[in-house]
Ligand binder design. Structure first.
Ligand SMILES: NC(=O)CCC(=O)C(=O)O
Length: 312
């Protein structure tokens, strides 16, 4: 039996993605720059390719690993203790995490929902490290976290070898948060390659899925957009990923191209590869029209594939 409360009624809202640049070795500088970009996004400013200003955003998103260079050697150095336990009240001001304190202050001061990309997290009880997203309400409360479930371990000879598992442990829960305008499902980057996660989030009532991410120059060109449009269409949800800006002087070269895709698979907005703030309006009409016109959400044949979860 389901214990999940019904999703909030889906209402129109403004979404802004910050394709953050200048992510370097100096964590304090990374946090200061991110704070400044949140202020600019909250003021409705658009920057770089993509643009599309819609006025003040209701929800702002940062990229994966926004406070640290991306790489397994960096994670232990930049990791912070968050100590969030779902269901328990979290005292942000007493948080040991300087990133959490900054993000909470930013959400509260700017009066926006804030999906704070992800940061390396050190879980104190067992010392394990995770790649973790944190989410803040406009009152500055930390309302949700998501630990990357599928670690980015790939080896494409001559192109890219990356092993997050050399430093990180994988999360093992499915996470979303409720706002006054939508239920938003969470994933991080490589999680997008696993349709099961998006499918279950959608079946838990999420109308919008947002994954901070950082694809690379090998897989980005063919897979970044394709995967987002696939997850959007197969679940009939809005789908978005927010990347860091590309920096060819960094150890890891992010693909960029932060984007938002609607439930029919149309791209609403797309950044280039440089630093950018892009905005779009999320319209529930497209969501409802898509589900009414192509009613796959009520045509599933769980009698034929009973081993596939019904999610909620
Ligand atoms: N940060 C990541 O998880 C990268 C994932 C990626 O590039 C991919 O191709 O998948």
């Amino acid at each position: 039996m389901s214990t999940i409360p019904p999703a909030p009624a889906f209402k129109p809202f403004n979404l802004a993605l910050i394709q953050l640049g200048q992510i370097g070795a100096d964590k304090a500088a990374n946090l200061k720059h991110a704070r400044d970009m949140i202020r600019r996004a909250a003021g409705g400013e658009s920057l770089g390719v993509g643009g599309g200003a819609q006025g003040k955003p209701d929800l702002i998103v940062l990229p994966e690993c926004f406070n640290s260079p991306y790489g397994h050697v960096h994670f232990p150095v930049y990791a912070e203790n968050i100590g969030f336990n779902r269901g328990e009240k979290y005292d942000v001001e007493a948080s040991e995490s300087e990133s959490v304190r900054m993000l909470s202050e930013a959400a509260k001061t700017e009066g926006v929902w804030l999906l704070g990309g992800s940061i390396p997290e050190r879980n104190l009880p067992d010392g394990k490290l995770y790649n973790t997203s944190t989410v803040y309400s406009p009152r500055g409360e930390l309302v949700a976290t998501h630990r990357k479930v599928h670690l980015f371990d790939i080896d494409i000879p001559g192109k890219i070898t990356f092993k997050e598992s050399e430093a990180l442990s994988a999360g093992s829960s499915i996470n979303y948060f409720d706002t006054e305008f939508a239920r938003v499902g969470l994933g991080i980057c490589y999680d997008v390659r696993f349709p099961e996660l998006a499918m279950i989030l959608a079946r838990k009532g999420c109308q919008v899925l947002i994954y901070p991410g950082a694809f690379n120059l090998t897989t980005g060109p063919l897979n970044w957009e394709l995967l987002q449009r696939a997850r959007a269409v197969d679940n009939q949800v809005y789908f978005s990923m927010c990347s860091p800006a590309r920096d060819l002087t960094a150890g890891y070269h992010a693909w960029g191209h932060s984007m938002v895709v609607d439930p029919m698979g149309s791209k609403l907005v797309e950044a280039g590869d440089g630093e950018a703030i892009v905005h779009t309006r999320i319209d529930p009409k497209t969501f409802h029209d898509t589900r009414a016109g192509i009613p796959v959400t009520v045509q599933r044949r769980f009698d034929v594939y009973p081993d596939v979860s019904k999610g909620s």
